[in-house]
Design a protein around this ligand. Sequence first.
Ligand code: GAP
Length: 494
Amino acid sequence: MAKDNSLMDAIVSLCKRRGFVFQSSEIYGGLRGLWDYGPLGVELKRNIKEVWWRDMITTHDELAQPEGTPSTFQMVGIESSIIMHPRVWKTSGHYDLFADQMVDCRTCKSRFRADHVATSECPQKPSKCPGEHEACDLTEPRDFNLMFETYVGALRDEENKAFLRPETAQGMFVNFKNVMDSNRVKIPFGIAQQGKSFRNEITPRNFTFRTREFEQMEMEFFCHPDESPKWYTYWRDRRFKWYTDLGIDPAKLILRDHDADELSHYSVGTADVEYAFPFCDEGEFGELEGIAHRGDFDLRSHMEGKLVREGDKLVVEKGEDGKPKYPGSGKDMTILNEETKERYVPHVIEPAAGADRTVLAFICNAYNEETVTNDKGKEETRIVMKFHPRIAPYKVGVFPLLKNKPDLVAKAREVCTLLRPHMAVFYDEGGAIGRRYRRQDEAGTPFGVTIDFDTLGEQGDELKNTVTLRDRDTMEQTRMPIGELLAFLLEKIR
Ligand code: GAP
């Protein structure tokens, strides 16, 4: 896929113009790596999160699982706090290891990721930092922890230092026993969570792709170690299909297995779902979701203490005094198989997606420019956001043909009242009908309903109480009785 800056520029411009995404605190010049969702963006993001939650948790039916599912399993959700006990991050490894290598330029006082030195753009152009200009004076690379720090309580000292979570995953691990004890779930089962995470990224970039505050949609699936390879394959394939079922172009989506040298120190295997964003170089893709086989690393860490690799084993890291450097909770995270009397620490398969990256992928995937002939026979460009009806911000636009005809307006409002309890409806009575359709094309509204004189029965009884139904993608217009509208639309948007 060729890198296409003009396409990305057009998408960013549409996002601002139509109220999908705004720069955070824009009136004060913005703050790097932080973004706000506007009225259309917030609906789109909520729909994507809701569809994920429904597909993975609420509508999960352990009694009717598709063929190929290794065995029946349950799925439950939680919502854990953003600020957790600091020991969580010490035992998980984030306190010591969640860092990027960075260099400072003593000349321009900028900070860059060491692996981006040759490509980063200096904010003090045209001095051409970093690295390539004679004025550049770079420090040696140093570790820079990505966790945002804060303080809990009135005293701002080391004792009270805490962190904004850099991932939602740890909330599921520390609540593993709570969930088992309170919900009578049995291995294998999954815990899911959606929520904000924070990383003080050194180089936030590519619009909402890499940001400092973002939302994750993560699942931790707990299973018997012997069964884990099957579940890893199951989740890899199922998560990839979720994106294509919602309309992501399969030609732009890949499932890429990590090479051995890319794997985290605990990971047995990881595959990424990646999308060919317009800002990617040819043949390059951007990560939407990682599906990781994490072995027993997480539960063992929270039980025994921070683990490090020693040969092919994970062992508790010792401090200078020979005691665990960061001790675990000491709580028993093992499971007893009542039949075989085997005691084991469950293995974890983790499908971890970014909600904001998923939103961005759906926006890029939906964006289409088409040449069409307008009412006056002239060619013009139609910008249309072809969102899957399940995630589209508004499901239907309702338009009285003319604004100054009270009967048309009253009938259109009646149709809105009929549909609104069931779906997001956009009512628009201003301007030529063609322009109103175009506005909804840009918003990605899959259907348009126009109330005209036929609807009122002014041209005879045959078309009375029927409306014009316009399809966003084909632009085809058909007549439909108002009485059939709700059932038709519900079928399309579910
Ligand atoms: N618990 C595992 C974990 O957090 P990750 O690959 O670091 O794994 C999972 O993050 C997903 O979160 C990524 O695939 C990406 O979609 C999203 N994500 C991570 N960092 C992000 C950032 N700075 N901005 C936006 N999304 C991010």
